[in-house]
Design a protein around this ligand. Sequence first.
Ligand code: DUC
Ligand code: ZN
Ligand code: ZN
Length: 463
Amino acid sequence: MVIKNGIVVTEYSTQITDVLIKNGVIKKIGKNLTNDEVIDATGMYVLPGGIDVHTHMNLDVGIAVAQDDFYTGTIAAACGGTTTIVDHIGFGPKGCDLGHQINHYHNLAENKAVIDYSFHGVIQHVDEDVLGKMESLMEQGITSYKIYMTYDYKLSNEDIYAVLKRAKELGIMIAVHPENDDVVSKRQDFIKRGQTAPIYHERSRPIECENEAINRIIGITQKAFDVPLYIVHLSNHLGMEYINMGKQNGLKNLFVETCPQYLVLDDEYYKRQDGIKYILSPPLRAKENNDMLWQDIINGNIDTIATDHCPFDFELKEKMGRADFTKCPNGLPGVEARIPLMFSKGVLEKKISTNIFANICATNPAKLFGMYPKKGVIKEGSDADIVIINPNMSNTITHESLHENVDFTPYEGMELKCWIDCVVSRGDVIVKDNQYIGEKSRGQFVKREKPILDLYKMGDKNE
Ligand code: DUC
Ligand code: ZN
Ligand code: ZN
């Protein structure tokens, strides 16, 4: 197959050219390439397929289970231009072996996923066995772990230090959910005072709650010698300043993700009639953070955009959380909107270049989570994972037009200046006309390598 005359976004440049695909892999990039099977991409952007390194398919949050499984969730991802996900798996039974949840998630994803996938491990307690198994699981392609500073299986500072030290020895990545658990656990004080409405979700988990935890783990990584550390779902700009300060103090292996919801939504949404819809953690923040986080992307300080996709029906959230925001399952859908939303709001509204877009949505995630150059880049020899975006067709996001298994989208009514023309995964056209047309359960587990920590930054070679 050859993709002809598209605006092809390769690693450091954007140029009108052709892409020849053979046996699922990019064979050649250049002008005047020919083949019997042709996709005409004239006037359209040809980009690396999106990589979403923060999804929660099937996540059991104790009071509810996220409604997308690896079938519905990866169909939605594919229709939204994402060709690989790395899922943050749920906690297992107390005291379980480090491999327990990996095995469980293999069972959940196998014969279901339609795009390629991997899992971050999760560390829910620390002992010699867990620290030892971190090495043996590397052979199975698990080269990153998530730790939590709040929720049931939060780690103490001492345990975090032990995990970081071990990750440093092994050269693997630790992803962290940073929130101060002592602050989070005081939420009941709001309920006792009668402050039960959704806005108090934000007020009870304020930016200081998140940023204190960010700053604390930065201190711990400094002590553990600059471990590859990845802050997930940064919600506010002050947190970015803490991270920048860590970097100024010498940290070279500190990385940060934000999510579309923190770029285009804000805490005023909690005051709406349907405010309960927007309950997720960390919460949506004051509006000024939207522009400041965009600026942090433009400045090259934010490394990746992921979604934290974790859908629960509005109907369910309303029923469980109407009288008490603490009873509402936390999470928003978003896996399907990420690529078109970031392309429209970022590239077509001229905030970021096509190369920055490709970096934060595909290349950097691939590097940081050990999938590069197989994934995340349009390059000879890489998997032919490609999204073709038409910038001449506008689109309005509506829940009806999406494939996520949930009764709303937080981006309802948002006008986008583009449309996904088609999606290619390992050389197969899997999405056309907003429909999944690939084979069932064609997704493959991606055995990941160690992270690549040397990322391209804006200005290096950008056109
Ligand atoms: N935050 C959410 O809102 N949902 C799932 C997990 C998380 O950290
Ligand atoms: Zn989280
Ligand atoms: Zn999450």
